[in-house]
Ligand binder design. Structure first.
Ligand code: GLU
Length: 408
């Protein structure tokens, strides 16, 4: 199996060739800057543990670096580099003025106490403080990190700088300079794209079904929004298992269980995660981790659309199969760009000191992401392209144009 970085590089090379800009491949295949740090953290038992962590700044021609920080045992150099390359493309596709970056700490956060997590968050920010800043690189949440981590990190950075700098990080709690609407933005953004598809195809939302893999920060709000627009969510999963009901699952029941017990309840028929991916639904929405649609199951995917909320849920080998089978893929770099788009709105609010209503944030997000989708759809359809290729071409084109204009 190829790595995420190899897949991302292959797709980038292909896109640059298609737009006649292959000369830029050398500049864009690796990050501009990649930092590895080893962070000592004092544990509750008095001992010290060292955590390996990274920050990758892929390309900052279009603006400060932007991208989340993940806490996961799977974090490694190649993964963080790939994720930062995807962020460059994502910000360009969403047309927001940022380059791409990403960070990660190799850790199992479920093994840490709240105070250990706080010390790790603060020490991580200290260790990369020299290369971040509101005009340099602006981190945000990602897998296993959320608003509380961002608040600690913003606080740590501001303390060191001896002034309040809320714009150094986004995804903060609303009570601590965050933006209304940020928590729902990734999931809602994906469903705004689905709304546009329904409109384009002249479909009836009430007749459509979706299967959602995941019920975390990104996927749960998507489930909520799908129900709101009338699409039936027939299956949902999390790390504990998957549940199915052909009549549709209740979002509020799923949420109640998840917040009480930390996992979804079997409020319908219990199925396996593998079965969820093969359900005959209109929309299959991988919304959790990387590499779930693989060469083993890509032949069996029966959904009409794969709407990728997670980053990198489809492997390179699976992509080849889906491309061959003519499956419509709405790729991650477009689908999940709602998160970083509202991060941008948060940064604008932090810098202007004027805070917006949730209604305003979500309205702007909806217009922006549906506009990005239409641009993608038009290129894909006019040139008969596979979804991922069209998205990469749009992102790569914008990055290259800025590099040229600045002579970066
Ligand atoms: N981690 C999210 C992503 O992969 C959000 C990044 C951000 O808000 O900067 O897009």
């Amino acid at each position: 199996m190829t790595s995420e970085l190899e897949d991302a590089q292959k797709n980038l090379k292909n896109a640059l060739e298609k737009i006649g800009e292959e000369d830029y491949y050398e500049q864009l295949k690796e990050p501009e800057r990649f930092v590895e740090v080893n962070i000592p953290v004092e544990m509750d038992d008095g001992g010290t543990e060292i955590f390996k962590a990274y920050r990758s700044q892929h390309n900052m021609a279009r603006g400060p670096g932007k991208g989340g920080i993940r806490f996961s045992t799977r974090v490694n150099e190649d993964e963080v580099k790939a994720l930062s390359l995807w962020m460059s493309l994502k910000c360009a596709i969403a047309d927001i003025p940022y380059g791409g970056a990403k960070g990660g700490v190799e850790v199992d956060p479920s093994k840490l106490s709240e105070s250990e997590e706080e010390r790790l968050s603060r020490n991580y920010i200290d260790s990369i403080a020299e290369i971040i800043g509101e005009n340099r690189d602006v981190p945000a949440p990602d897998m296993n990190t959320g608003a509380k981590h961002m608040a600690w990190m913003m606080d740590e950075y501001s303390e060191d700088e001896r002034e309040l700098i809320p714009g150094v990080i986004t995804g903060k709690p609303v009570e601590a300079f965050g933006s209304k609407g940020r928590a729902d933005a990734t999931g809602f953004g994906a469903v705004y794209i689905i709304e546009q598809i329904i409109k384009d195809e002249g479909l009836e939302a009430e007749e459509l079904t979706a299967a959602v893999q995941g019920f975390g920060n990104a996927a749960a709000p998507a489930v909520k929004k799908l129900k709101e627009i009338g699409v039936k969510v027939v299956a949902v999963s999390d790390a504990s298992g998957a549940v199915y009901d052909s009549e549709g699952l209740s979002y509020s029941q799923l949420l109640e269980c998840k917040s009480e017990r930390g996992e979804i309840c079997m409020i319908g028929e219990e199925i396996s995660n593998a079965e969820l991916l093969e359900l005959d639904v209109d929309f299959l929405i991988p919304g959790a981790i990387e590499g779930v649609i693989t060469e083993e199951n890509a032949e069996s995917v029966s959904a009409d659309y794969i709407v990728e909320i997670a980053n990198g849920p489809t492997t390179g080998e699976a992509d080849d199969i889906l491309r061959e089978r003519d499956v419509t893929v709405i790729p991650d770099v477009l689908t999940n760009s709602g998160g970083v788009t509202v991060s941008y709105y948060e940064w604008v609010q932090n810098r202007s000191g004027e805070y917006w209503s949730e209604e305003k944030v979500l309205k702007k997000l909806r217009e922006n992401i549906q506009g990005a989708y239409r641009q993608f759809r038009d290129l894909r359809d006019s040139e008969g392209l596979y979804g991922r290729d069209a998205a990469y071409m749009i992102g790569a084109e914008k990055i290259v144009q800025t590099i040229k204009a600045r002579n970066y």
